[in-house]
Write a protein that binds this ligand. Structure first.
Ligand code: HEC
Ligand code: HEC
Ligand code: HEC
Ligand code: HEC
Ligand code: HEC
Length: 196
């Protein structure tokens, strides 16, 4: 092929690849921003000094508290702690109106999947990062992405196809991520272990 013929071909190929790589996922997933830009980094920093358990804990009967309710935030945020616009919004729109913050859960599983934190955290001693990745040390919240058709959150949907090395298996919450660990640790499972 002559160079002059190759240039338009090459450009066309790049456009097609780029389209497939970027445009298809964009079209497939609806992106929503979280109601408030919450920073885990700020709250677990030395200055504020909170630990994960202050906001996410297991009660004695094994129930996981999940995302903290407004009553956890209110004691500190009735009066502004700083000057950020985001904190002002937190106080004006939620704390002073006593309105719960409608957080979006990246790891939310579909209705037919059963999952409980207690056996994983307490009995098996698995770290949060193993499933959630570095979320607990991030300074910003990324967009929540949801498949327009299945309505599943992008973080849990489908199969993890590309896991190039062992470290890549250290996070993720798709069905084969769950099963991979169960197999490694000799946990007996059938479809009905997770699907009720
Ligand atoms: C001041 C309270 C607070 C502290 C302390 C805190 N969190 Fe959170 N956490 C939140 C709030 C609020 C959310 C909901 C917003 C979000 O997704 O970050 C959340 C969400 C999460 C989620 C997201 C679940 C999902 O899939 O949407 C994970 C994982 C998490 N926290 C882990 C941690 C870890 C690990 C630590 C300790 C290093 C920690 N958190 C400390 C308040 C807190
Ligand atoms: C122990 C006190 C304390 C608690 C409890 C607390 N915060 Fe904060 N928060 C702070 C401090 C201190 C700052 C830093 C203010 C600054 O320097 O701008 C802050 C900052 C913020 C900001 C501003 C942006 C940022 O991260 O710097 C937001 C939004 C926020 N907090 C949300 C929350 C929410 C939501 C909760 C409940 C899940 C919560 N906070 C619980 C003390 C607290
Ligand atoms: C074995 C994997 C795994 C581990 C370990 C794990 N989580 Fe989760 N987490 C999940 C799954 C799966 C969900 C979604 C649950 C659902 O939709 O029913 C979730 C949901 C959450 C939520 C959202 C609220 C809720 O309860 O649905 C928070 C907050 C959270 N996890 C924090 C943590 C923290 C903090 C730790 C460490 C103490 C942790 N997780 C350890 C898998 C895990
Ligand atoms: C890093 C390893 C690991 C990952 C990842 C993991 N699990 Fe598990 N899971 C375990 C272990 C270990 C046990 C056995 C705990 C025990 O009873 O000692 C278990 C037990 C279970 C059980 C039976 C216990 C019960 O609640 O009755 C269910 C259901 C389960 N896991 C669902 C899931 C789902 C769904 C996911 C993915 C979202 C998942 N697990 C991811 C390690 C893991
Ligand atoms: C270790 C827990 C676990 C076991 C065991 C398990 N699943 Fe799943 N399954 C999940 C989770 C988590 C999801 C949701 C995330 C996803 O779509 O991958 C899911 C989703 C699915 C879906 C929907 C897939 C999609 O993309 O819409 C089907 C179908 C399914 N499972 C069938 C099965 C069958 C059949 C078996 C038995 C051979 C089985 N599962 C065993 C955890 C499990």
């Amino acid at each position: 092929m002559k160079l002059r013929g190759f240039i338009p071909f090459g450009v066309g190929l790049l456009v097609a690849l780029g389209g497939g790589w970027f445009a298809v996922p964009r079209a497939m997933y609806r992106r929503t921003e979280q109601p408030i830009q919450f920073s885990h980094k700020t709250h677990t920093s030395e200055k504020v000094g909170m630990s994960c358990q202050d906001c996410h804990s297991l009660s004695a009967d094994g129930k996981f508290s999940g995302i903290p309710r407004l009553e956890t935030c209110a004691p500190c945020h009735t009066e502004p702690q700083g000057k950020s616009a985001e904190e002002k919004r937190l106080v004006d729109e939620y704390v002073s109106k006593n309105r719960e913050i409608p957080w979006l859960v990246y790891a939310r599983q579909p209705e037919n999947v059963y999952f409980s934190h207690a056996p994983h955290i307490k009995l098996a001693g698995i770290k949060c990062e193993r499933c959630h990745g570095p979320h607990g040390s991030t300074g910003r919240l990324r967009s929540y992405e949801q498949n327009r058709i299945s309505t599943y959150a992008r973080d849990v949907e489908g199969y993890s196809l590309v896991k190039l090395n062992a470290a890549d298996w250290q996070q993720g919450m798709k069905m084969n991520d769950c099963s991979h660990c169960h197999q490694q640790r000799g946990v007996q499972e059938s479809c009905l272990t997770c699907h009720k």
